[in-house]
Design a protein around this ligand. Structure first.
Ligand code: C2O
Ligand code: CU
Length: 654
C-alpha cells in the first residue's frame, strides 16, 4: 500500500511538471479558439493537472495512518502549492481564453501574465519538493520567478512587435533557454561535489536534546587510543587474512574474478570462543587498492573497527594491519572490508565470524554451518549460498542437532525459507532469542547485513533451505532433491516471536538523547553525478549531522523510512533494542539488532546504551545507498580522529 501511494505520488509529481509548462505555454501562445471557450488542448492539460493535484492530496491523506512524518510534508507544503496553482488556473487563467478574437494571446495585462507564471510555478515547486527536496523546490521557485520577470520585461519593451509565440521559434532564443537549463544542472551538480578531504572530527552535530559536556569532539582523545582493555598477552586465536585477487569457482562451473581473503570467497570462517583474545593480521596483496577489516556486529573497541578514514587509514597494497580484540559476545557475525565497501564486499572481501559459548564442548555432533548469501553482480547477478548457485545435497544422519547461521551479505533483503522439520529461530544478529517457540517451517526476510540462526533436529526426511534461488537439501542419505515448496511457510515477525524477558532499559526509560532519522528518496546529484539519493533528514554524507553522545547516555533513535526502498540501518559498535515498530510495541522476545532493515513506509524506535566510546559509522548497509550518501556517524564527546576521507585521501569507506 505505502509503495503504491509513494510511487503514484512521485510519478504524478514528475508528469505534472511538463503538463503545467505546456498548459502555461498554451495560454500564452495559442490563439484563443475562434469564437469562444478555452481551447480544447488547454482544457485537456488543465484536466490532467486538476486530476494530478487531487491524486496527490489523496495520496497524502492515505499516508496519514503511517504518521505525520509521511503525510505532513505533503499536506503542509505540496498540498497548498497545488491548491493555489489550480485555483489560479481556474479562476484567473481560464477566463483569459474566453476573450474574443483570433489573435495570438499575449496576456493582455501584466496581472494575467503573472497569474500564469504563478500557476505554472506552483505546480513546479510542489513537484520539485516531492522529487528533489525543499532546497530544489526553493530553487525552482526562484528560477520560475526569475524567468517570468525576464519574460515580462521583454514583453513590455516589445509590446508592439511580434507575438510571444516567436520565443521558441528563434533558434538563438531556444539555445539561450537550453544554455540556462544546462547551467542550472551544472551548478546543481557542482554544488553536490564532496570535499577532497573530510574529517569526522569536524562537521555539523546533533546533540539530540541532551546537554553537551565538553562541547564538541574537537581536541580530546584520538580514536587510535581506543584499543580496549584486557587485550594484553598471547592471543588464544591468531589468523591471517590476505586480501588478493583470485578466481572463484561456483558449483555451476561459472568462474568469478573475485577479490578474496586467502584466495576464497566467502573468506575463511573464523571461529573463536567467548573470552578468546583474537588477533587477525590483514595483509593486502590487492592490485592498487587499499583494504580494511570491519567486524560487522561485533562491538569491538573503536580502534579495531576497521573503517577507512575514521578509525584507521586503508591498508595500502603490500602493507599489513593487526586487529586485536577480545571476543565477548557469543553469536554469528561477519567481517568485510570497509574501504570502497560498496565495491569490495560485492567482489568477495567478506567472511563469517562465529563466537561460540565459552562452555561449548570441544567435540560435538552438532552440525553447525554458516550460509552466506551473496550476489555476484559481475556475473549477471548470480545469487549464491557460499558457492552454491543451484542445489547442494548434504547428508545429515537423522537425530542430529543442526544449527544454520544465515548471513545476508547483500543490500536488499533476502528471503530464506526452511521446510521439512520443526525448528526454532534461536538468534538474531548474534543475540539469543528468549524462549523461541517451535515453528513448522519458516520464511525469514533477512535484511542486508543481518544474521538469523536456526536450529532443528534432523528428521528422517529431507530438510530444505532455500535462499531466493540457491538451495541446500539436508537428508539422511544425502540424495534427496528439493521437491516442491508447498505450503509456503509463514513469514517470521521478530517483533512477535519468542517471549518477553527483562531488558536493561525499555520504551518508558528516561532517554538522555533522542534522535530522529528520516529517510527520503530524492532525484538529484551526489558528488557531481546524477543519482537517486536516499537522504537522512534531507542531507547526505558528509553533511548529515553527527549524533553526539556522552559515555553512559541512554539514546533513543527513531528511523522513519519515507522512501520506496528497504534500508538496513547498521550502527557500528553497539546493539540496539527494538522498542516499537509503527507505534506498536514489540511483544515477543527482546529483539536486539546491529542492522535493522527498515522497510518502505516503516517507522522503528530503538534504544541503545552509549557504552563504547569512539566515532562510529551508522549507515545503510545497502552499500550502494551508502556510497550515495546514506552515512552518518555516532560520535562521543571528547573523541577525535586523525584520519580523513575523500578524493584527496586514500580512504573511501563507502
Ligand atoms: Cu557491515 Cu559499516 O558495515
Ligand atoms: Cu538504503
Amino acid at each position: 500500500m505505502f509503495l503504491w501511494v509513494h510511487y503514484t505520488d512521485m510519478v504524478t509529481a514528475l508528469l505534472a511538471m511538463p503538463i503545467a509548462v505546456a498548459a502555461g505555454w498554451v495560454v500564452m501562445h495559442v490563439p484563443a479558439s475562434q469564437g469562444s471557450g478555452p481551447s480544447r488542448v488547454w482544457r485537456l492539460l488543465f484536466g490532467l493537472l486538476l486530476g494530478g493535484a487531487a491524486l496527490r492530496v489523496v495520496a497524502a491523506l492515505l499516508l496519514l495512518p503511517n504518521g505525520w512524518d509521511f503525510a505532513g510534508p505533503r499536506l503542509a507544503f505540496a498540498g497548498p502549492a497545488l491548491v493555489v496553482a489550480v485555483t489560479v488556473f481556474w479562476l484567473w487563467v481560464r477566463p483569459m481564453l474566453r476573450s474574443p478574437g483570433g489573435k495570438w494571446r499575449v496576456a493582455p495585462w501584466p496581472g494575467d501574465y503573472w497569474a500564469v507564471a504563478a500557476a505554472v510555478g506552483g505546480v513546479l515547486v510542489a513537484s520539485a519538493a516531492q522529487l528533489a527536496g525543499l532546497r530544489a523546490a526553493a530553487m525552482t521557485g526562484v528560477g520560475v520567478m526569475g524567468a517570468a520577470a525576464l519574460g515580462s520585461a521583454r514583453r513590455r519593451t516589445r509590446k508592439d512587435r511580434a507575438p510571444a509565440g516567436r520565443w521558441w521559434r528563434t533558434p538563438a532564443k531556444g539555445a539561450l533557454g537550453l544554455a540556462v537549463a544546462a547551467a542550472v544542472l551544472v551548478a546543481w551538480s557542482t554544488a553536490s561535489q564532496l570535499p577532497a578531504r573530510h574529517s569526522m572530527a569536524g562537521g555539523p552535530v546533533d546533540i539530540g536534546g541532551g546537554s553537551m559536556i565538553g562541547h564538541s569532539h574537537h581536541g580530546g582523545a584520538s580514536v587510535t587510543t581506543l584499543t580496549g582493555t584486557d587485550t594484553e598477552g598471547v592471543p588464544a586465536r591468531r589468523f591471517t587474512l590476505t586480501a588478493q585477487a583470485a578466481m572463484v569457482e561456483l558449483d555451476s562451473g561459472q568462474r568469478v574474478e573475485a577479490w578474496t581473503f586467502n584466495g576464497i570467497a566467502p573468506g575463511p570462517q573464523l571461529r573463536v570462543r567467548q573470552g578468546d583474545l583474537v588477533e587477525v593480521t590483514l595483509v593486502n596483496r590487492l592490485p592498487g587498492v587499499g583494504v580494511t577489516l570491519h567486524w560487522h556486529g561485533v562491538d569491538v573497541p573503536n580502534a579495531m573497527d576497521g573503517v577507512a578514514g575514521v578509525t584507521q587509514d586503508a591498508v595500502a597494497p603490500g602493507s599489513r594491519f593487526v586487529y586485536r580484540f577480545r571476543a565477548t559476545q557469543v553469536g554469528t557475525y561477519w567481517y568485510h572490508s570497509h574501504e570502497m565497501s560498496s565495491i569490495q564486499v560485492r567482489r568477495g572481501l567478506f567472511g563469517a565470524f562465529v563466537v561460540l559459548p565459552a562452555d561449548a564442548p570441544e567435540q560435538s555432533d552438532t552440525v553447525d554451518e554458516t550460509a552466506l548469501r551473496h550476489t555476484w553482480v559481475d556475473e549477471d547477478g548470480v545469487a549464491t549460498l557460499g558457492v552454491t548457485t543451484t542445489v547442494q545435497r548434504r547428508q545429515v544422519p537423522a537425530g542430529r542437532q543442526v544449527r544454520l547461521r544465515l548471513v545476508n551479505t547483500d543490500g536488499n533483503p533476502a528471503t530464506f525459507t526452511l521446510t521439512g522439520a520443526p525448528l526454532r529461530v534461536v538468534a538474531i544478529d548474534g543475540t539469543d532469542v528468549h524462549e523461541p517457540n517451535i515453528l513448522n517451517g519458516v520464511r525469514i526476510l533477512v535484511g542486508g547485513g543481518a544474521r538469523y540462526d536456526l536450529a532443528f533436529t534432523m528428521p528422517d526426511q529431507p530438510v530444505v533451505l532455500r535462499a531466493d534461488g540457491p538451495t541446500i537439501v539436508y537428508s539422511p542419505d544425502g540424495n534427496a532433491g528439493p521437491g516442491r515448496e508447498s505450503p509456503v511457510p509463514a513469514v517470521l515477525d521478530p517483533a512477535r516471536y519468542g517471549t518477553p524477558a527483562g531488558t536493561p532499559f525499555g520504551a518508558d526509560s528516561h532517554f538522555d538523547r533522542r534522535f530522529t532519522l528520516r529517510v527520503d528518496e530524492r532525484l538529484g546529484f551526489y558528488d557531481g553525478r546524477p543519482a537517486v539519493r536516499y537522504t537522512l533528514n534531507n542531507r547526505s554524507f558528509p553533511d548529515v549531522p553527527m549524533l553526539m553522545v556522552s559515555p553512559g547516555d541512554l539514546v533513543e533513535v527513531t528511523y522513519v523510512n519515507r522512501s520506496g526502498q528497504h534500508h538496513p540501518m547498521h550502527l557500528h559498535g553497539h546493539h540496539m533494542l527494538l522498542l516499537n515498530r509503527d507505534g506498536r510495541p514489540t511483544t515477543g522476545s527482546p529483539w536486539w539488532v546491529d542492522t535493522l532493515d527498515v522497510g518502505p513506509g516503516e517507522t522503528y524506535r530503538v534504544a541503545f546504551r552509549a557504552d563504547n566510546p569512539g566515532i562510529w559509522m551508522d549507515h545503510c548497509h545497502n552499500l550502494e545507498h551508502a556510497a550515495n550518501g546514506m552515512i552518518l556517524h555516532l560520535a562521543y564527546t571528547g573523541i577525535t580522529t586523525p584520519f580523513q576521507t575523500g578524493h584527496g585521501t586514500a580512504n573511501h569507506p563507502e
